[in-house]
Design a protein around this ligand. Structure first.
Ligand code: MEV
Length: 425
């Protein structure tokens, strides 16, 4: 489209002008973009063709008692019910002693893919034999990591097809998520393999299927704690176990079950400046690790207790990438009061489990629509233009109307303002 060529070379003002001149956006909409750009330089330097800072609401979730420590968890999400549900799930777990977590190791994996090799067995033996040299080459490519106690740890070979294999490199990336470090190391090793072993390298890149960076969160509570209105705690507990079984058996349900878990996980991953697409792809690959896509969490009843467990890859960092750049990330790290990336992993796994408990608890009892609709109506009131001091009134008026839509919200606002005007006169 004319005027959009070389968009990246234009100043921010010129980009807005083009969008307005081409009638892609109205004057009002451009004003809306402009209002977001307090950190213009930051956005402009981070991405291509920057025009605005897109903001998503941030809130905090409470009741996270994890390995004996209390946490306040910042969450960035546009979905109205997520934070309330998270606090509800965490509250149920806290009442019974809180979450327990386990982390075995924090290694990131990368791959060098070779094609057209001659003999897999022979090449594997050669690589095994030269493992120490290959690890040294990897480490020399990112020497500062060694000084911080990290570094390349092991290499393995996997045959993928008759003509394709993967050399996997495992690296201790310390406090970072480590994508750049890993990619630099992989390219150095790939270069050596290409030259010294006369192999054809198809590509080298980190893997988001972070199987060597797994976090586990667990909880346990007496069934009696689950009691709610018309349901006994035993009934709700048994239904949660059934719901968990369905997510192990049926990918249609498993995808929704896991979406609920990721509602919480993504919100914390975003708040802490981490790469939520990496976490999403790793989590879903892990959910399908035995060939069938399954729920990431499981609930069982043992000795009158409902027990929950979640396990998933959580390759997050506490430094590096956008973590050091986005100003709010520092604030959120302060709210969380975490000392390390490993501690952050533990918290995120717990948020996934807490979020899942809240969703299943609602689904098997009153359903989620009651709570959702309350929050949905609030979003409608805001979208219709209600000011902060008008929202409660709009909600109470809309609770009496049948059609809970934008038109009804607008009508309610109109009436509130008309009444106010009337009182003033
Ligand atoms: C909605 O965002 C998430 C749920 O669908 C999760 C689930 O069904 O377990 C409520």
């Amino acid at each position: 489209m004319k005027g959009l060529k070389k968009f990246y070379r234009k100043t921010l003002q010129e980009r807005w002008d083009v969008l307005q001149d081409r009638k892609i956006l109205t004057n009002e909409q451009i004003k809306c973009l402009k209002r977001t750009t307090d950190a213009t330089e930051l956005g402009n330097s981070m991405i291509e063709n920057f025009i605005a800072n897109y903001s998503i609401p941030e809130g905090v979730s409470f009741h996270y008692l994890i390995d004996g420590r209390d946490y306040i968890v910042p969450m960035v999400t546009e979905e109205p019910s997520v934070i309330a549900a998270s606090s509800h799930g965490a509250g149920l777990i806290k009442k019974a002693g809180g979450f327990k977590t386990k982390i075995k190791q924090r290694l990131m994996l990368g791959q060098i893919i070779l094609e057209d090799f001659q003999d897999f067995q022979e090449l594997r033996e050669k690589i095994d034999h030269e493992q120490a040299s290959l690890l040294r080459i990897a480490n020399e490519a990112h020497y500062s990591l060694i000084k911080r106690g990290g570094g390349a740890r092991w290499i393995r070979c996997r045959k993928l097809a008759d003509d394709l294999m993967s050399i996997d490199l495992a690296v201790d990336v310390q406090e970072a998520m480590g994508a750049n470090m890993l990619n630099t190391m992989l390219e150095a090793v790939a270069d050596y393999v290409r030259k010294e072993f006369s192999q054809t390298v198809l590509m080298s890149i980190l893997s988001n299927y972070a199987t060597e960076c797994l976090a586990v969160a667990e909880c346990s509570m007496p069934l009696s704690n689950l009691k709610k209105e018309n349901f006994t705690g035993e009934e709700i507990g048994h239904k949660i176990v059934q719901a968990s079984r369905v997510a192990q058996l049926d990918p249609y349900r498993a995808a929704t079950h896991n979406k609920g878990i990721m509602n919480g996980i993504d919100a914390v991953v975003l708040a802490t400046g981490n790469d939520w697409r990496a976490i999403e792809s790793g989590a879903h690959a892990f959910a399908a690790r035995d060939g069938l896509y399954r729920g990431l969490s499981q609930w069982t009843i043992v000795g009158g207790q409902l027990k929950g467990r979640i396990e998933l890859p959580l390759p997050v960092g506490s430094v590096g990438g956008s973590i050091g750049i986005l100003p709010l990330v520092k604030v959120n790290q302060k709210i969380l009061n975490v000392k390390s990336a490993e501690e952050l992993e533990r918290i995120i796994a717990c948020v996934g489990l807490g979020q899942n408990l809240a969703a299943l608890y609602a689904l098997v009892s009153e359903g989620i629509q009651k709570g959702h609709m309350r929050l949905q109506t609030k979003s409608l009131a805001i979208a219709a233009g209600a000011k902060a001091d008008e929202i409660q009134q709009v909600l109470s008026m809309m609770s009496k109307t049948k059609g809970k839509n934008l038109a009804a919200a607008k009508a309610a606002i109109k009436e509130i303002r008309r009444n106010k005007q009337h009182e003033r006169n």
